[in-house]
Design a protein around this ligand. Structure first.
Ligand SMILES: C[S@@+](CC[C@H](N)C(=O)[O-])C[C@H]1O[C@@H](n2cnc3c(N)ncnc32)[C@H](O)[C@@H]1O
Length: 292
């Protein structure tokens, strides 16, 4: 099983919350309309797997009567509790996605929708999908999505440097399993995930946005653009669990690994102002399916 620094008691959850992107409303609406296509479906109970600091919880909670935000990390859950309104309809459960019934005490056939935002790659899919299948009502919706990386569209050759530091096992990517690396870098070839989903779910939808692979449709539900400086990129990298893992295991580094990464980008593209903004398109993908 992959292990992640997110589960460390002292993980910097509020730093994470400050520097991670949220998700577009078009994605939220796409998922809700998919759910509502089945007229018998209701919006009573939502369960979120790996809710983190509540970035996606915020976007979904007002559409449901009740939300159960679950995460395996106590530091993330604590931050979510402090970030979301105290009088909201959200309850928090410390539970792995693989133990929603046992540890989360979520009832069988009791849930209308399960979501996972940038989270389920830390779970064992086989067990997670079984648990989601058990708690969802028939035809209940399971939706999960990911941003894999920002693409700086004006910096031709940025992706190679990003790969070296973020995905490859030379640097921070070594804290990913080979499966996770494949999952995020070869996202159109995730046959194993599709096969496992088909055990419990029907009507599976999958869509990718990726500038460098020519999937760049501003009308796509999960199309995420922004402007980012090198300084913003450094903040983002420092919010990764991979960065925390690297720092933990390399206490004698003379140069911080995030600085080394950003300095290489700055040098390659002769960037003289760290706060200069560049156009960024995020590589994203999402899945939606219905419980059998
Ligand atoms: C990248 S964060 C995403 C958080 C949040 N959903 C968001 O959109 O920002 C991944 C989250 O998955 C959680 N996580 C890691 N392993 C998990 C597991 N086995 N089950 C449930 N959550 C897990 C981490 O604690 C972390 O909060």
């Amino acid at each position: 099983m992959p292990s992640t620094s997110y589960l460390d008691k002292d993980f910097g959850a509020s730093y994470y919350d400050r520097f991670r992107p949220s998700y577009p409303n078009t994605l939220v609406h796409k998922i809700l309309s998919y759910h509502n296509e089945k007229t018998e479906n209701e919006l009573n109970t939502l369960v979120e797997v790996g809710c983190g600091t509540g970035i996606a919880t915020k976007l979904f909670m007002n559409h449901f009567k009740k939300c159960i935000a679950t995460d395996a990390s106590s530091s993330m859950l604590e931050c979510a509790k402090n970030t979301l309104p105290k009088d909201s309809n959200v309850t928090y459960k410390l539970a792995k996605g693989e133990c929603l019934v046992e540890d989360g005490k979520i009832g069988l056939n009791s849930v209308d929708m399960v979501i996972g935002a940038q989270s389920i790659h830390w779970c064992d899919f086989y067990t997670l999908f079984e648990q989601v299948h058990k708690i969802l009502k028939p035809n209940g919706t399971f939706a999960f999505w990911f941003y894999t990386q920002p693409e700086f569209i004006e910096l031709n050759g940025f992706n190679e440097i990003y790969y070296k530091y973020g995905w490859s096992d030379e640097f921070m990517g070594k804290y990913l399993t080979p499966f996770q690396r494949h999952f995020f870098t070869k996202f159109t070839e995730n046959d194993q995930l599709m096969d496992q989903l088909k055990n419990h779910f029907d009507d599976i939808k999958f869509e990718v946005s990726c500038y460098s692979k020519g999937h760049s449709d501003p009308n796509a539900p999960y199309y995420q653009t922004t402007e980012m400086s090198m300084s913003d990129l450094r903040d983002l990298v420092k919010s990764w669990s991979l960065y925390t893992s690297w720092v933990k295991h390399h206490p004698n580094d003379t140069i911080d690994i995030a600085d080394r990464f950003i300095n290489e980008v700055i040098e390659k593209f002769n960037i003289t102002d760290e706060n200069k903004l560049f156009k960024v398109q995020w590589t994203t993908f999402y899945y939606m399916c219905r419980n059998k």
